[in-house]
Ligand binder design. Sequence first.
Ligand code: ZN
Length: 871
Amino acid sequence: KFTHLADYQPPAYLVDRVALDVDIRDGVTTVTSSLSLRRNPAAADSTTMTFNGEGLTLRTLALDDVVLNSARYQYEDNLLTVRGLPDTCTLTSVVDIDPENNTALEGLYQSNGMVCTQCEAEGFRRITFFPDRPDVLARFTTTVRADKARYPLLLSNGNPVASGDEKSHGEEGARHWVTWEDPFPKPCYLFALVAGDLACLEDTFVTVSGRKVALRLYAEHRDLDKLDHAMASLKNAMRWDEQTYGREYDLDIYMIVAVSHFNMGAMENKGLNIFNTSCVLAHPATTTDAGFQRVESVVAHEYFHNWSGNRVTCRDWFQLSLKEGFTVFRDQEFSADMHSAAVKRVEDVDFLVNHQFPEDQGPMAHAVRPEKYQKIDNFYTLTIYEKGAEIVRMQYHLLGAENFRKATDHYFETNDGKAVTCDDFVASMETVSGYDLSQFKCWYSQAGTPILTVTDEYRDGQYHLRFRQHTPATPGQEQKQPLVIPIRLALLDEQGAPCALDAGGNGAAEGEQVVIMDQAEQTVSFNVPAGVTPSLLRGFSAPVVLDYDYSVDQLARLLAYDSDGYCRWNAAQRLYFAALDRLVTETDEADAEAAALVPVLEQVIARSDEDPAQAALLLSLPGEVALGDRHKPLNPASIHRAHSAMKKALGKALQSHWLSLSENLLATELSMDGRAMGRRQLRNLALDFLAAGEHPEAGRIAVELFELPLCMSEELGALRALVHHGLPGADQALMQFADRWQDEALVMDQWFAVQASVPGAHTVDQVNRLLEHPAFDWKTPNRVRALVGTFTNANPSAFHAENGQGYQLFSAALSRLDAINPQVAARLANGASRLPVLEPGRKALLAEHLAGVQKTASDNVAEVLGRILSS
Ligand code: ZN
């Protein structure tokens, strides 16, 4: 059942060329494939080769044009085994598939009348027989045939080389075909095909060497006005990759197709990206500011894969982070360059610590390069993506910008056209820098979040910082090694000014030092006056939990004076967490806790005009999920009580500020620049606090904004305030909103999500009602995520309702979804990962429900639930 990294074997045969013919008809699609096979000189001697194939109806199989005798092959357990192959040969197969009834959305499937593909990780085997593994790179030629009226557009990877009308059934012109040729060898997970009737936004990009590239963005006709932002983002990304990494685009055409039914965010198929509509469509009237930023970063991410993923790909799926971690790092840096780098870093760290850390500390914990898996789909995780990006970021800082660029040049040049491993990536870093990164590589193999404990003392006229690291055991990995932890630090004196430090050659900026920790315990001494405040892990220089016993005064000093955006934000979070923790465990004096925070928060508010987005981040209270993770055993109801008491108390204590921010930040004209977005973010936050504090003006402000919004961020911010705080007019607004936007699927997703995230146990009933709403659809992953996903992952007080009704809803939804789409169901199943830390009553209830689901679960869901239930 498990696939193990240690079992890797090269394939017995390589595929040099593939000729595909995909004949799309009502009721059946017929795929004819000719594979030019060649014995792999790097593999053990064998004349037998296996090809993956799932759910294929085999019509004929021929070797070098001779139909194969059934004794020579066998198709069993999703594997086609062919024996007695010569050194070079052509294997031709004809199979039937059924895209119309493909609800798993892997392989070839239908979405709103168009036909499209998703092949990563193992979807190609649902289209035709093939060695479906990333280390088999082949040149593809693809002919697509379909009805001309329904599918005027026929797309695949590469360049169109021929096309024509079919003369079938005497009806000349009713059907047509197009042949595409991709000159670059690629693994089959990068194959793509689209057939449909789509609108196109076209532009051109001239590469640095002067080549003209046609950029074509496709969507349903009604969405043509939502493609401009993706186009601008794409052009920015293309230029940025030339300037930052020296990487130029390599085909004459770059296409993106927007699809309504999609399991993930987007897919980097060579020359033909396929995107979830939610990651490519954007218009101020229908898309929030966060949505705009997401589109920009996903468009860039998939574009960057053309080099980090496509030109240089993965040897096997254990190396997934080779392309994903690196590409996330690249897209993070791109967004940082396009906007405010400080804000972007805080957003990324916020996401990592609140989502990847819990994964790394729970039942699904796994290494960035895992050792085994059952379903690779379950390993497209925050650990592979986000922690993987942090590991690349640490190497960037260890080497410095200049050497890192030399290393990536070396990596791309030496590995172009190859399928390689994470070791090859690190080897390039070592080669150009001369560093020995052997111990550093532990980051790839060791799961779990390290805890960095820091203590300090002033002794003999010196300041001593003592660092200790410890990584708690994770499932299947008891023993942990000390990691290489780069600790960027500064020391602030009592006035908040940085002390002069000996930079010491590790790429530290002025007033900073980088301590490279590589033992379990290390002490570093500084010649500085007494009374300093350590500013630690600046820029979040390593993905670790920092354990240092900051005093309130020290945190206030960091928040007020530190020049590092991450450390300021972290100080604010620590102040909030300390107060919230006391409300969970010791006191119910929320007003007193809030009053103590007022002076520091007032300072942040006073400076909020400097950078409204950063102020919004600094003022944001940690969520209930993050707070809950600090209290074991977990009782989500008491977490919710403490959290809402705190929010209400802060709402009251700072109400005049919230009121003026809510009113004064109102824009009169729509702008989509970073500052305008930051102001909207801060205003929405202020409105939320104002309503939490039960201010009599909150309802009026929200309704006014809701009636005449300039953009979706305003409209949704107002709706959220009304609905989450149960203000008068909330029901009316929900009805109006649904009325306004019933034809805009992505906006309706927000409508479902707003309601699913209303805190409190009563929301279970509302979600149950919404599951019956005519606009709810089990077959649309975005809709299921908006309702069930939001409920499960972003609303702990409802999901964990004491009576178990949230679990009942969840488990029924999980089983129902699993029957049609195991991949998305398995993601949803991760929502139960707090099981091991729940208080006994809820734990027993949830476990019982999960065990029920497990009885009929798909392999995907069974792997996730198995890990949760056995932890
Ligand atoms: Zn990716």
